[in-house]
Design a protein around this ligand. Sequence first.
Ligand SMILES: Cc1cc2nc3c(=O)[nH]c(=O)nc-3n(C[C@H](O)[C@H](O)[C@H](O)COP(=O)(O)OP(=O)(O)OC[C@H]3O[C@@H](n4cnc5c(N)ncnc54)[C@H](O)[C@@H]3O)c2cc1C
Length: 686
Amino acid sequence: MPQLTLLTDPHSKNITLSPEKPRQRQLSTFRLGKEKQSPPDLRKLHHEEEDMAAANKSRASAMAQGKAVAMEEDEEEKTVKKEHGPQLNAGKNGDMKGQPDRGKRKHSPEGGGVAGRDAKKHKNAYEIKGKIATAEVAAKVDEDPPLDQLMRLLQHGGKEVPNGESVVYWMRMEDVRIDDNTALYKASQKAQQLHLPLVVLNILSPGEWKIHDRSSKKIDFLLRNLRDLKPKFDALNIPLYITSFDRRLQIPRRVITDLMPLFKSHHLFVNLEYEVDELRRDIATVKFGQEKGVKVECFHDRLVVPPGRITSQAGKPMSVFSPWQRQWAKLLDKEPNLLEMSPLPQGNDPSVRQGPLKDLFDATSVPEDIKGFVPEDKQLLKECWPEGTDAARQLLDRFLHTKARKKQFQLVSPLTEGAEEDDKHSRVREYQDGRNLVDGDNSSRLSPYLALGVISGRMVLNEAAKLGKGKRLESGRDTGVGMWVQEVSWRDFYNHVMAKWPRVSMGRPFLEKFADVQWEINEENLQAWKDGKTGYPIVDAAMRACKARGWMENRVRMVSACFLVKSLLLDWRLGEKYFMESFIDGDLAANNGGWQWTASTGTDPQPYFRIFNTLTQSQKCDPNGDYIRYWVPELKNLKGKAVHDPFHSMPRNEFNKLGYPIPIVDHKQSRERALFRYKNVGQKEE
Ligand SMILES: Cc1cc2nc3c(=O)[nH]c(=O)nc-3n(C[C@H](O)[C@H](O)[C@H](O)COP(=O)(O)OP(=O)(O)OC[C@H]3O[C@@H](n4cnc5c(N)ncnc54)[C@H](O)[C@@H]3O)c2cc1C
C-alpha cells in the first residue's frame, strides 16, 4: 500500500535538531513495551502525514456515525495550502516537470475517483485517502527523489567521529539474515579494524507497521525469523538487541540519541530501503548522526543491481521493463561482481560477554507475539512458511532440482517428503509453462523470504547461474532458468522505478493521466472480493487462499487484481492496501508494481484495454479445476468445466443448492464500462 503523503522536505532547514544532550539510559528501560520517556515531537520537524491519517480515521468514524465531515476536509486543505502554497511547484497550466506522464488536464487534489470527491460515500476510501499525495506534491518529490538527496548527504562523508566502544549494525525489515548481508559484513569489518565488538540492533515498530499496512502474517514471519537468528548471533558472541519504538517518526532521534550512547558507539551501519518514508527516515538519521557525532554508513543490498545503475543510451532512467531487463542482464554479464556475495561477519571475542556490553546479551528477547499483529493460524503458517535462511535454501534447492507436485498448492509444508529429483524436468526447467499454472508448486515460493531478506537476490541467482550454460547466468525467455531469472529481475525493476519515481510509493499513479478515472463506490462488492464471494470461482479461490496462507500464485494475483479494477471498477489502491494487509510477502515495490500494471496506470506499455477474461484465465491456469475445488469447497463435487463457471453451466435449481454466490458482475458489461471510463478519464457513462 502507498506510503503516506510527505508534506515537508526533510532536506530543508526545517529539520532543526534539538541541541539536547544524549542521555545515557539503563538497559532495563529498553525492554519491549517499556518506553517511558516522552520523546520530542518530530512531526513538526519532519512529517505531517500521520496527522493526516489520524484526521482521516476520525473522519471515517465520524462518517460512520453519520456526522458531517466536509468542514474537517476544508481544514485539512487549508493546512496543506498554508504550508506549501496552493500550487506547489506546478508550472504554468499545472504542467509538472520530471513526471513520467505530464498531462495538461486539471487534476482533482487527491487524484479523483474514490479518493477524491466521492470519498465521502465510501468508508474504505478514507483508509487510502490520507495516503495519497496530491499530484503537485508527488511531482515535487519526483523532481528530487529522497534517494538522490540521501546520496548527496552521504557524499560529504561527514566529520570524523571517535572510535567509541562498539560498532552497530541496524538490521531492517528487509535484511533479516546473516549470510550475504552487506551492511552487516561492513560493520563487522569496521569492528575488526577498530578492535571493537559488533552489536546488532533491530527495531520493532507496530506504529509504523500499521501505517504501512504490514500484515499480521508478515510480522509473525518476521518474529519467527528473528528468533531463528538470535542463537546464531549468540554463537558468534554478537548481541542481537531488540527494542520497540511505536512511533516511527521518533526512530531517527531515538536511535542516535538514546541507543547509540547506550551501545557506546559512534558507528552505525545500515542497508538502504527505497520506500519514500524509509529513505526520509535515513536522511533524518544521517542528519541527527552528523549533529551528535555518529557516522551513519548506508549500503545498497536489497537488489542485485542498485537503483540508478541502469539507464538508456541517452543516460535517461528507464521505465519499460523489456529494454530495462536487457540492460540489467548485460550489466551483470559485464560486471559479475554485482553477484558477489558478502562474506559472513566475524564473531566477537568471547570476552565481550564480560565487558561493558555484557548486559546486551540478555537485555531483550524476541517477543512471541505483538499486539495487533497476531495471525489466527500461527501453527499453520509455520507449516506453510518455515522460517530461517536454511529453510529458504532448501526451498530454492527443491525448486531448482525437483519436479513440480500437484497438491502442493494446498495448505501443506513446501518441504514435505516425496519431491522427486529430476534436473531435466525440475520446476525451474519447466518454469516457462509452469509459472502460469496454479495447480501445483510450479514457482519457487521464495517471495516471503526475499521480501524479508531471509535470503538475498544474489544468493538465489548464484544458485540459478550454476544451471546455466558454462555456469553463467541465463536471462531471457528461451529457457526455464532464463525465464525465472528474468522474473527475479522484476524485483529490481520495481524498486528502481520506486527509487526514481517516488510518486508510486505515495499513492499516485505512475501515469498521471489516469489519476481521475472514475471508480465505482461499492462497499459490498469490495467486501465480496476480499471474502472470495464474487461468484467467479478462480477469483474466489485465490482470495480465500490469500486469507488462509497469505500468499497467491502470480497468475491469480493478476487475475484477482484485474477483476477488482477492471470488472468491479474499484480503485486499485483499495486492492493494493488489502493485499499488503494480507500477504506474508507484502512488499511495497512489487505489490504496487503489480497493481499499477493491472490497473494500466503503471510502467507497462500495454494499453488500458488489456482486460483479462476471468473465465478463460481460469481454464488456462487451473485446467482440471483442482485449485478451485480445494479452495472453494462449495464447488468440490462439481465435475468437468462447470467448476470454472457454475452459474452459467448448471440449471438454476442445481446451482442454488451449492450455496455459492451468483456472479456479482457481468463480465461483458463491466468490460464495456471499464473501457469507457479509461477512455474518457474523469467521466462516467450516461
Ligand atoms: C497485483 C500483484 C501484487 C503483487 N504483490 C507482491 C508482493 O506484495 N510481494 C511480492 O514479493 N511479489 C508480489 N507480486 C509479484 C509476484 O506475484 C510474486 O512475487 C510471486 O507470485 C511470488 O511467488 P514465487 O516466489 O513463487 O515467485 P517466482 O515465480 O518463483 O519468482 C521468484 C521471485 O522473483 C520475484 N518476482 C517474481 N515476479 C515478480 C513480480 N511480478 N514483481 C516483483 N517481483 C517478482 C519475487 O521475489 C519472487 O519470489 C505481485 C504481483 C501482482 C500481480
